[in-house]
Design a protein around this ligand. Structure first.
Ligand SMILES: NC(=O)c1ccc[n+]([C@@H]2O[C@H](COP(=O)([O-])OP(=O)(O)OC[C@H]3O[C@@H](n4cnc5c(N)ncnc54)[C@H](OP(=O)(O)O)[C@@H]3O)[C@@H](O)[C@H]2O)c1
Length: 245
């Protein structure tokens, strides 16, 4: 049996096992299984791969997308430039890292932008692993952006600096923080939501629940909203392609 799975910290609510179980059933794939491998700390990674010698591939999630880098033998140029890995392939005795979040995000955002004819600058909320993939995708797409983080740096805004005017003129707002993710469904990024209107597009990378507090706040003000489910499916399919190459 070929083994695949997901490493991360609190992953018991992840959609990935059911996504792959459904895919294997629908496509008649009988030689593969996909499991959750929760890791208390990233230094447990080597023990995990020693215990599971039939592992062919892993997805990596919060909070290990960056911390995994020192454990890899090879890294794709794209993942190296992003600085985050969400897909690992075991082949030829080597541990190889890739980033498929960027592919998933870019396709999902592009379909929204063409539907609504957007031409605006963006705010990226959060500066973790997924944010790095979003930054890479926006650079590829030629969309200017500002990162909003809890930590002040020269080129980032903090939430307290996010005044009404800034939110009003950046029509694309992308949540890459885990705020609002199940079971913390009542939390959301700290924005002046009254500055959001019907010209805004709120993209939440969170996909559980289907409609997050961030999205609901946008809907109440007439904004277009999208969650991260399409991105999740796209990045998972891309991981599968990489594992089969
Ligand atoms: N739909 C998909 O396919 C997909 C793919 C990837 C990720 N995601 C989702 O995206 C989210 C982030 O994942 P990740 O891997 O990027 O995690 P991560 O590396 O831990 O980064 C999350 C970032 O969010 C910010 N943040 C964390 N807690 C916060 C809080 N209490 N208040 C405000 N900001 C906070 C932090 O940025 P600062 O320290 O800069 O403030 C942190 O670096 C998760 O919910 C994940 O499920 C979805």
């Amino acid at each position: 049996m070929k083994q695949y799975g997901l490493i991360g910290k609190q992953i018991q609510h992840s959609f990935s096992p059911s996504f792959f179980a459904k895919k294997f059933k629908n496509e008649g794939i009988t030689d593969s299984e996909y499991h959750l491998f929760p890791l208390e700390k990233i230094s447990d990674f080597n023990a995990l791969i020693d215990q599971h010698p039939t592992l062919k591939g892993l997805n990596v999630t919060i909070p290990y997308k960056t911390e995994i880098l020192p454990y890899l033998d090879k890294i794709s140029p794209q993942a190296a430039s992003i600085g985050a890995v969400n897909t690992i392939k075991f082949a030829g005795g080597l541990v190889h890292g890739f980033n498929t979040d960027v592919y998933g995000f870019q396709y999902s955002l592009a379909s929204q932008l063409s539907k609504y004819q957007y031409n605006s600058t963006a705010l990226i909320l959060g500066a973790g692993g997924a944010s790095k993939a979003v930054v890479y995708a926006l650079n590829q797409m030629g969309i200017n952006y500002k990162i909003v983080s809890r930590k002040k740096t020269q080129d980032r805004l903090t939430y307290s600096e996010l005044k009404h005017e800034i939110v009003k003129r950046n029509l694309i707002i992308i949540n890459t923080t885990p705020l609002g993710m199940y079971p913390e469904i009542n939390s959301c990024p700290n924005l002046p939501y009254e500055a959001i209107g019907s010209d805004h597009l709120l993209f939440d990378l969170v996909y559980n629940p289907t409609q997050t507090r961030f999205m609901k706040n946008g809907i109440e003000r007439g904004a277009k909203v999208v969650n991260g489910i399409e991105m999740l499916y796209l990045q998972a399919e891309k991981s599968w392609e990489i594992w089969q190459e």
